[in-house]
Every structure is written in structure tokens, then in C-alpha cells.
Design a protein around this ligand. Structure first.
Ligand SMILES: [Zn+2]
Length: 413
């Protein structure tokens, strides 16, 4: 243990209380963690009182009264602090980063072999990861510092994807992160051209990752796929490791419970709603916040040996669940759809009313006679008596501005 270097980043005095025992534990075990802070007054005093040595990356405040000076401070301050933190991380090469959502995210990426500060990461995403239009100067600098190659998914077509493909090859990028459906679309496009694009790891996020999507990605990108679940509002995170035997919860950020309709914790193996209590939001603390995601609770230990608590998997959102007039509760994502992707470019199952479910389909080619009828029979089988079902051919299905595509939507639930 003594040779391991650990970096703890404290951005707020409350973090001191959160990590106080951790710091003491490391010290008792002969490890002096590098404590980095970006705060003054209270946090400095707390650490001094505790006898903890620290590096403060907050800039010395030059008194400026001009508006331009203040604006300049606001823009450059964050960036300069990021660079300082990065420099410390690169210099000491810590084995463990503790303290921020950034550190937790980096730990996830490291499980896939990615090394922050060294490896370039291609990011294929929309709003929540990449702004749709007009990236600000600050964002551009941030991506540059983080060594990201950004691939916005708005207006993604064959030409755009060909451009991404050649740029990734040219820059020899070995890691890819992004929305599951966007990366799948990219994989499909390459597969149709019988191209492969080898990566060392692909990290999917923001949407459900289906088994058939993972399989195609593996074939095209010739690497392991790491799925991640994140809810920024509640700071909840759960991530896949190299064993792919469930997802590790990241408890440093947020406390995650999986609860039934009465709010009680479900048993291992049961499905419940994800409820999050953020440990990081001080302005507006979210306590037992339910973002509407469903997960299966787990009490297993992962064969990888990491002791972080686990869930079996995320099984969709509560709005994927159709509560039907006949009393059935159907998770729309459980409807078998894998064979659909051969005939259809995309699809969407929409619960329009408690007694009506529609399936929208964008065909790749002319569909066989009777195909729509057979799909309606399949829907009727899942929905049961008293529910009107309809399968419809459409030209396109709109992707919301967030860029996150939904295969299943209940307008009722
Ligand atoms: Zn594991």
C-alpha cells in the first residue's frame, strides 16, 4: 500500500467532512494522500486543524474592480484550476483519484484501459455531453484539455459518419464514448460498409444498451463495451466493469436505493425504481430523488473483486412501463425486438392511451405482405385483451433535441 499514490480533491468544505475518515484511514495505514483543494478560508482552516497537508489550486485573488476583469476571472478561473489539477495528476500519476464526479468518471474509464491525460477519447453525443450547436470557447478549451475528439450527433448522416471514421483512424484514437443509440448507428453504418474500426474500449451511456447493440459494436469495434448509467441530477452512477456481471454503484457521489411503489427497498433480484440522494449538491440538495429509472437490485460480489455495491442492471425508465386497461403492467423494453433491426432501420413503441399501443416502423426495404399484421399480433399478445394495437410504417421517427432516442414511450405513465 505504501507505494500507492492517492489524490483526494476537495472542492467544498462539506467534502472535508465526507472524506475526513478516509484521509485519517490512509494516514493510519502509512499512506499520505495528496490533498488538493480549490477553496479558501473554511476548508483551509479545517484541514490545518486536522493537520492535513494540502495543495490549494485557487488562484491568488488579485483585486479587480472592472467588469471586464471580473468576466475574465470567471472564464479563465475554472480552466486554470482544471489545468493545475491535471498537472498535479500527471506529475504524481496517482493510482486512485477520490473526490469528484470527474474522479469517479475517470475510474470507470480506467477499468477499460483509458489513461486520463495520455489517451485521446472520441465522444459521440448530444446535449448532455456535447452542446448541440455553437460550442463555447470554454467548452472548446475544456475538450482540448481533456484531449477529446468531439463528434456531435445532430445531423449525423452517412457523410458525417464517414468523416468521423476517417478522422478517428487518422488521429489513431483508441477509446470511444457516447450515447448507446448513436454509437450503435455508427457501428451499423460501418458494418454495412464492411468496415471495422478497432478501439481498446467503448463506453456507452445515457440510454439503454441492448444485447444486440452490444454484439454489433463488439464486431465492428473489436473491443469490450462498457455500459454506464448516470443521472446527473441525483449524481447517481453505476458502471460496468470488465467482467460484465452487473453494474458497480459509485457510492462516493450519491446514495442509491432501489425501491418498490411504497418506497421500501426491494430484495436482491427484484426490479424497483432508482432513488438517489446526492452527496454533492449543496445549493439544492436532492434527497430520495427518483429520476424515473428502473433497476434490478443485486447483493452479489463481482468476480473482479471490487467491493463497490452492485445492481444487476438498469431495465429502462418508468415511462417505458405500460399500465394497461386490462390490469397488465408491461415493460415495453421486454418486447422482443432483436429481429426487427434486420428489416427496420428503427422503431418506436408508443402507449397512446390506457387501451391503445402503436408501433412506428421505418423500413429498410419493402416489407413482406402480412408483416404488419404479424407485428400487431405480437403486440396484442404482449398487451392482452381490450387493448387496441396498431403497427404503422413511417418515414422517420423524430429524435428529441437531447439526442437521446427512446425506443419505448408511454404517454400515459
Ligand atoms: Zn466488477
Amino acid at each position: 500500500m505504501d507505494k500507492k499514490i492517492i489524490l483526494i480533491f476537495l472542492a467544498h468544505p462539506a467534502h472535508f467532512h465526507l472524506f475526513r475518515t478516509t484521509i485519517a484511514y490512509f494516514k493510519d495505514n502509512g499512506v499520505s494522500p495528496i490533498v488538493v483543494i480549490k477553496s479558501k478560508d473554511i476548508l483551509e482552516k479545517l484541514l490545518n486543524d486536522e493537520g492535513v497537508h494540502f495543495i490549494n489550486i485557487l488562484r491568488s485573488e488579485k483585486k479587480t474592480k472592472s467588469k471586464i476583469g471580473l468576466l475574465f476571472e470567471a472564464i479563465t478561473g475554472l480552466i486554470i484550476r482544471d489545468i493545475k489539477l491535471l498537472k498535479i495528476a500527471v506529475k504524481h500519476k496517482p493510482r486512485l483519484l477520490i473526490g469528484t464526479d470527474w474522479a469517479v468518471a475517470m475510474r470507470t474509464f480506467e477499468w477499460g484501459g483509458y489513461r486520463y491525460g495520455k489517451d485521446r477519447l472520441a465522444v459521440m453525443a448530444g446535449g448532455s455531453l456535447l452542446p448541440n450547436n455553437n460550442q463555447s470557447l470554454k467548452d472548446r478549451i475544456k475538450y482540448y484539455i481533456n484531449n477529446y475528439y468531439t463528434m456531435p450527433i445532430t445531423h449525423m448522416n452517412a457523410t458525417v459518419m464517414d468523416g468521423y471514421f476517417s478522422e478517428i483512424k487518422k488521429q489513431k484514437i483508441r477509446f470511444l464514448r457516447g450515447y448507446a443509440s448513436a454509437i450503435y448507428t455508427f457501428a451499423e453504418h460501418l458494418s454495412q460498409r464492411q468496415q471495422t474500426l478497432p478501439f481498446e474500449a467503448v463506453f456507452t451511456t445515457a440510454e439503454m444498451l441492448y444485447p444486440h447493440q452490444r454484439d454489433l459494436m463488439k464486431k465492428v469495434f473489436l473491443c469490450d463495451i462498457y455500459d454506464t448509467y448516470g443521472c446527473r441530477d441525483g449524481m447517481g452512477m453505476a458502471v460496468d466493469c470488465e467482467m460484465h456481471k452487473g453494474m458497480h454503484i459509485c457510492p462516493e457521489m450519491s446514495i442509491m436505493h432501489i425501491v418498490d411503489e411504497s418506497g421500501k427497498e426491494v430484495k436482491a433480484g427484484e426490479t424497483g425504481e432508482v432513488v438517489l440522494t446526492s452527496l454533492y449538491d449543496y445549493t439544492m440538495p436532492l434527497i430520495r430523488y427518483a429520476p424515473g429509472d428502473l433497476a434490478i437490485k443485486s447483493d452479489r460480489n463481482c468476480p473482479c473483486g471490487r467491493s463497490l455495491p452492485m445492481i444487476e442492471k438498469i431495465v429502462g425508465r418508468s415511462s417505458d412501463v405500460f399500465k394497461l386497461i386490462n390490469g397488465r403492467v408491461l415493460n415495453g423494453l421486454s418486447i422482443t425486438i432483436e429481429d426487427l433491426f434486420e428489416e427496420f432501420e428503427t422503431y418506436q413503441i408508443v402507449q397512446e392511451a390506457i387501451d391503445r399501443v402503436e408501433m412506428l416502423l421505418v423500413p429498410r426495404k419493402e416489407i413482406k405482405p402480412g408483416r404488419l399484421q404479424s407485428l400487431e399480433e405480437m403486440l396484442a399478445f404482449h398487451c392482452g385483451e381490450g387493448v387496441e394495437v396498431k403497427a404503422k410504417i413511417v418515414d422517420t421517427i423524430e429524435v428529441p433535441q437531447s439526442g437521446k432516442f427512446r425506443y419505448v414511450i408511454s404517454k400515459v405513465n
